[in-house]
Design a protein around this ligand. Structure first.
Ligand SMILES: Nc1nc2c(ncn2[C@@H]2O[C@H](COP(=O)(O)OP(=O)(O)OP(=O)(O)O)[C@@H](O)[C@H]2O)c(=O)[nH]1
Length: 312
């Protein structure tokens, strides 16, 4: 498959996933057809549509002001309005769109992966492992969600499919002990990347905070800069809830970057705009499917165009 075909494929999947978010936006924007007729009421409707699509009240208010400005200067067509919305979205997202890079020396570059159960952590670890392997890095996984046998098993299955070693322990074992062993083995075998899965039990916030802090401490004991990244995996279908998850995981886990999964589903991807405005954390990648190749670097412009319905 050529690069272009591949890009068209994932763009189509992302657009499909964002369709629901844009339906309302599209309907309001259609009110602009004919140009020049845009009135204060239409602008207000657009502002509401942006809020309903999870882009956040601050962004929506700013955009409404920009549209009002444009209107003062002359007529605006629907196409121009969409382009303006896409430009504004891209302006918010471009500064946070940053690929995850393997830079650590000494190795292994250690990535702690956090997030609530079911957000797509394990699948994202597998996808990242695959991506790094393709770039010729030696990868190792640590099955740090030691509470759930199914989570450990799932990571092992991915590991054997990808031929990536998985360090695991029996159910109920100390996650920090496991992280220590994984780091030890990662260093001894000269791995470039160590991806550490973690538990996602937010219902026991205090316990989880303690566990993550301990995991970080033991990693740093052997490699002071580790973990180099603390990646929060968010499920796009949770919409606004993602903002609360970022806040909580920042508090308990010191998040350094985000991955948003399930943008191919009933996505409410607009929340990434609100997240970028509020937290300014790097957005490293997005998940657009369940397969290994379905993790994409976050492309602010393509995402903004899809959300605003440009080039449909
Ligand atoms: N459609 C779609 N499904 C995804 C994506 N990422 C993950 N999934 C699916 O979401 C479900 C949950 O993913 P997991 O990777 O098991 O999530 P987790 O956070 O590790 O969850 P636990 O193992 O329960 O802690 C699985 O069925 C995945 O196949 C994505 O980008 N798109």
């Amino acid at each position: 498959m050529t690069d272009t075909t591949e890009k068209t494929g994932w763009l189509a999947r992302m657009r499909g996933g964002l369709a629901r978010s844009t339906e309302k936006l599209g309907a309001s924007l259609s009110g602009l057809i004919g140009g020049g007729a845009i009135d204060a009421e239409t602008i207000e409707a657009i502002e509401e549509a942006l809020i309903a699509a999870d882009l956040g009240p601050a962004f929506a208010a700013r955009l409404a002001a920009r549209l009002a400005d444009e209107r003062q200067r002359g007529s605006i067509t629907e196409k121009q309005a969409r382009a303006l919305i896409a430009r504004e979205i891209a302006a918010v997202l471009a500064p946070v769109a940053r690929p995850l890079e393997i830079t650590a020396f000494p190795r292994p570059h250690t990535i702690l992966v956090v997030g609530v159960n079911g957000s797509g952590k394990t699948t994202t670890i597998a996808k990242l492992g695959h991506l790094f392997q393709e770039a010729d890095y030696g990868v190792m996984f640590a099955a740090g969600d030691t509470f759930r046998a199914a989570a450990v098993e799932q990571l092992k299955v991915w590991g054997s499919r990808l031929d990536i070693p998985v360090i695991s322990a029996e159910v109920g074992a100390d996650a920090a002990g496991l992280a220590y062993t994984a780091m030890e083995q990662g260093r001894a075998s000269g791995r470039d990347v160590l991806l550490v899965d973690t538990a996602g039990r937010l219902q026991n916030k205090g316990g989880l905070m303690e566990e993550l802090a301990k995991v970080k401490r033991v990693l740093a004991k052997q490699l002071p800069a580790a973990p180099h990244d603390v990646l929060l995996v968010l499920d796009a279908t949770t919409g606004q809830n993602a903002l609360e998850q970022i806040r909580v995981f920042q508090e308990i886990g010191g998040v350094t970057g985000l991955v948003m999964t399930k943008l191919d589903g009933t996505a409410r991807g607009g929340v990434l705009v609100a997240a970028a405005e509020r937290f300014r954390l790097p957005i490293h990648a997005i998940g657009v499917g369940e397969k290994l190749g379905d993790l994409r670097p976050f492309d602010a412009r393509a995402f903004a165009d899809a959300l605003a319905g440009v080039n449909e």
